[in-house]
Ligand binder design. Structure first.
Ligand code: HEM
Ligand SMILES: [Ca+2]
Length: 622
């Protein structure tokens, strides 16, 4: 068994430096009790995603679905990770070897801005997380443990001899296996999504009622979301629980942020996305209340009068206004994610092919399954990891990610400056086979110690095998793309490297093969990832009763409201939350002659009139 390195698993839900990061309850996994509400009269989403799909698919703590049958290694193909080559009993290459050889850190120019990376991670934290089991006393340890004592959930990553960065073994615990309603593991093994798969702002508002209540003012009853004032500025609320996956430092303004998703403190730039949508909720609420007062009295209220209304409205009015504002804020988030951001990931033609463009009204389809697909979460949508740079600037000074994992301090101290800086960075934010050392050599090093750091690219490959994701070849077949029967088909850059790593071209992991594909026109990813991502987003659109372009009542928006939502861009929110005077026209791309800096005054806030009108005329409030 040898002198394996002693280490901890990465995961946020696992033990972070002695601070237990909480966990997603390992309770009922099979079919939870179904929705008992009448969806034909349900105007607001359920926090946990129930009452949307007829079988409650898409709600929290449910198994993932698959676009391709799993490829597990045991004879029946039920449970054991994919570990062998198709050419007999030879092991697949170590994920760490693949990372070393295929994903070296080389800095290249890009057209994308770092906002594209950051928004992508934020979206992923709305739609999915596959929990990893924890042991009775925190993390499950796999390295340096004898085979006899090792948990059966262990699947540590062997480190190749030539690796000068890591030794022997990298911690890895298999994702939790889904159970049926009797508590027995399901076969073939299926992994879990602990979140609502819908793009429903669960990262902003929580995916369980307790989190939503913790986030709202007035002990969970208020119209607004709570904030903490730091040096006169509004920030996310302080998560005082001991379970926060976060490191509190000695800085006087250091605290752990609370938001809808538990990963909010994972790195500081991520925190800025949470705060942006969190504050926009409150901004929308104040504008709508102002509109209501104007409609009722004919006079524009002072800010004090708006605050007074917010504080003194009857509880039922507060509840309705909170839900109305959340519904609008969610629609704006969906609009930015699907209509603005997604085209830069998958390109225009995939947007059209999968009917993802937002120019037309759409219709909810109860036969579409809105669950996340395993190949999407375990591989394709991790494309964003190649866009991560080593640093981000604060007032032009680089801050290194490797020093700030789980340390939200700069999010709190310099939110506005991070937003501004994120829009200017573009080096390294490029879809290619190069990964920043911040994540391949130093992931979580700052709080776990250099020896126990992780390599995110290795984790991605190992996670794909853990989840039984079939090889890249089979995904190309699934989407009618040309067969890659030869290493040369992978081009001059990847082909020779892959040939050295893999015994057979049919062994190439989806993640490795997908990263090697050239980007589609106008998009970031190659054809295989573009298909998987487009397929998934189409399911999240047509399978979501509340998708904002659907017309059906009482969930849908009327024409005037839809037009107002479509007028709000990422620019509006970034200008607002970063307190910026100007911004590039297209926030997904870096500044250039074709993408000039323009005044923020060009980007208007939501026109609240059509919403105020409906709230009053439909009698939602008196
Ligand atoms: C600095 C930025 C980021 C860091 C530090 C980070 C870190 C991580 C880590 C540690 C995991 C778990 C790996 C595993 O054990 O399997 C993960 C999973 C994932 N990441 Fe990232 N990530 C970042 C950015 C992104 C971006 C930009 C995207 C997409 C555009 C993304 C998409 C995903 C997805 C889809 C998963 C799988 C989630 C799950 O199954 O739980 N991440 N990331
Ligand atoms: Ca969600």
């Amino acid at each position: 068994t040898g002198p394996y390195c002693a280490a901890h698993p990465d995961l946020y839900y696992a033990n972070v430096n002695g601070l237990i990061a909480g966990g997603y309850d390992n309770t009922v996994i099979g079919d939870q009790s179904l929705c008992s509400k009448d969806v034909s009269t349900l105007r607001y989403r359920e926090v946990d995603g129930r009452c949307n799909h007829p079988k409650d698919y898409g709600s929290t703590v449910k198994p993932l679905k698959r676009y391709l049958k799993p490829h597990y290694q045991d004879d029946k193909g039920m449970n054991t990770p994919r570990i062998y080559s198709v050419v007999g009993k030879e092991y697949l290459p170590s994920p760490r070897l693949i990372s070393l050889k295929l994903f070296p850190d080389v800095m290249k120019e890009s057209d994308l801005s770092m906002f594209t990376m950051q928004f992508g991670q934020f979206v992923s934290h709305d739609i999915g997380v596959s929990p990893v089991p924890t042991g009775s006393n925190g993390t499950i340890k796999c390295c340096g443990v004898s085979a006899k004592q090792m948990s059966k959930e262990c699947f540590p990553i062997p480190i190749p001899k030539e690796d000068s960065r890591f030794e022997y073994c990298m911690e890895f615990v298999r994702s939790e296996a889904a159970k049926d309603e009797y508590g027995n593991q399901m076969y073939p093994r299926e992994q879990i999504n602990a979140l609502t798969s819908f793009i429903d702002g669960s990262n902003i508002y929580g995916s369980d009622i307790i989190t939503t209540q913790r986030l709202r003012t007035e002990n969970g009853k208020g119209i607004l979301l709570s904030t903490t004032i730091v040096n006169g500025k509004e920030r996310l609320p302080n998560d005082t629980s001991s379970k926060a996956a976060c490191v509190r430092t000695t800085s006087p303004t250091s605290y752990c942020q609370l938001s809808g998703d538990k990963r909010v403190n994972q790195q500081p730039v991520l925190g800025t996305q949470h705060l942006t949508f969190h504050l926009y909720h409150n901004e929308l609420a104040r504008r709508i209340v102002e509109g209501i007062i104007v409609k009722k009295t004919g006079v524009k209220p002072t800010p004090e009068q708006v605050e007074k209304y917010i504080a003194t409205a009857p509880d039922n009015v507060k509840e309705i206004l909170f839900q109305e504002v959340k519904r609008i804020n969610n629609a704006i988030f969906q609009r930015i994610a699907v209509c603005d951001y997604l085209p830069f990931v998958i390109g225009r033609s995939y947007m059209e092919m999968y009917k993802l463009t937002c120019t037309k009204r759409s219709r909810y389809n109860p036969y579409v399954d809105p669950r996340l697909a395993n190949g999407f979460i375990a591989a394709a949508y991790r494309f964003g990891h190649t866009l991560i740079p080593n640093s981000y600037p604060i007032k032009g000074v680089p801050e290194f990610f490797k020093d700030e994992f789980f340390t939200p301090d700069s999010s709190i101290d310099s939110h506005e400056e991070i937003i501004e800086g994120m829009l200017t960075v573009s080096n390294e934010v490029r879809f290619d086979r190069h990964f920043a050392k911040a994540i391949t050599e130093h992931l979580f090093e700052n709080n776990q110690g250099a020896k126990n750091a992780l390599d995110l690219a290795s984790l991605n490959i190992q996670r794909g095998r853990d989840h039984g994701i079939p090889g890249h070849y089979f995904w190309r077949m699934r989407y009618n793309l040309s067969a890659m029967n030869d290493f040369d088909d992978y081009g001059e850059e990847c082909g020779p490297v892959l040939k050295k790593l893999y015994k057979s071209v049919y062994d190439i992991d989806l993640y490795a093969g997908g990263i090697c594909e050239p980007a589609v026109p106008g998009g970031a990813v190659g054809d295989t990832f573009a298909n998987i991502i487009a397929n998934q987003f189409a399911d999240l659109k047509y399978g979501d009763r509340w998708f904002f372009t659907h017309r059906q009542k009482p969930q849908g928006f009327n024409d005037a409201q839809l037009e107002a939502i479509l007028n709000v861009h990422a620019n509006t929110l970034l200008c607002y939350s970063g307190k910026l005077p100007h911004i590039q026209r297209n926030t997904w791309l870096k500044v250039s002659d074709k993408n000039p800096i323009v005044p923020c005054s060009q980007f208007e806030h939501l026109d609240v009139d059509p919403f105020v009108e409906e709230i009053l005329s439909e009698g939602y409030i008196q």
